[in-house]
Design a protein around this ligand. Structure first.
Ligand SMILES: *Cc1c(COP(=O)(O)O)cnc(C)c1O
Length: 238
């Protein structure tokens, strides 16, 4: 068996074990393949195995792989830091932006989408680890930000996204995910339709599923360790 296919099997097992542990329905949790630095050929292996959701961190990579993958049905989410000068490309090549994190970006996105008479799905990225180096709105400003976004009719808010703290202490990681879940509850009470919680990666997906993740984003555990991944690391600010 191809190692990618084998690794996906292992991840699916981890997902269903964690779901059962948490008393959740395994089908309620989607797997997004984090495909930064992964070749179109290797992504294809996963898509042919039945996967349908990929996530890219860089607009250039999203663009480069688009043609090679367009014949095979899948959804593509943008999960990296989005610069406003890349909006035009991202709305052409991605189905959803998981890293909406500032009004300036929403403004420009709305304008461009209106010009092209398009809409796009989006998640609000929240910095739940309080690390300076991470992108995302702060937890204190997240609700206000979400309430502003409601007025942007071209941007369809679907959920919240976070990257848990990089820590060996499970409790610290759990705190991040629980915070995102609490923000979701607050927003749902205000009728902001944030049904999805995108959280959990190769090392912490079980914790994320226990805390309510509906999408986990997995790269390393499926495609192996990334070489030359410095410029992507945790999508941190430089
Ligand atoms: C790389 C990346 C992931 C996947 O991380 P792994 O540890 O490789 O599973 C998830 N989310 C984002 C935003 C990423 O950049």
């Amino acid at each position: 068996m191809n190692p990618i296919v084998e690794n996906i099997k292992v991840i699916k097992n981890r997902m269903s074990n964690a779901s059962l542990q948490a008393g959740r329905e395994p089908n309620d949790i989607k797997l997004l393949l984090a495909t930064k630095t992964v070749s179109a050929q290797n992504i294809r292996v996963a898509l042919q195995d039945g996967e349908t959701l990929i996530g890219e961190n860089k607009v250039q990579e999203l663009k480069d792989k688009f043609d090679s993958l367009k014949d095979i049905p899948h959804q593509s989410h943008f999960i990296g830091h989005l610069q406003t000068n890349k909006i035009k490309d991202v709305i052409q090549f991605a189905d959803c932006i998981q890293s909406l994190d500032r009004i300036e970006l929403a403004d420009k996105l709305q304008k461009r989408l209106a010009l092209e008479d398009k809409t796009i799905d989006a998640f609000i990225q929240v910095n739940t680890s309080f690390e300076e180096s991470k992108f995302g709105v702060t937890p204190e400003t997240a609700l206000g930000f979400a309430q502003q976004l409601i007025h942007y009719d071209r941007i369809k808010i679907k959920g919240l996204m976070t990257i848990g703290i990089f820590s060996a202490e499970e409790n610290q990681v759990r705190k991040c995910f629980r915070l995102l879940r609490n923000l979701q509850d607050q927003m749902l009470q205000k009728h902001i339709p944030v049904k999805e919680l995108s959280m959990g990666m190769s090392n912490d997906l079980e914790t994320a599923i226990e805390e309510g993740a509906t999408i986990i984003r997995v790269g390393t555990a499926i495609f192996g360790k990334r070489i030359n991944a410095d410029s992507y690391y945790w999508n941190e600010k430089k």
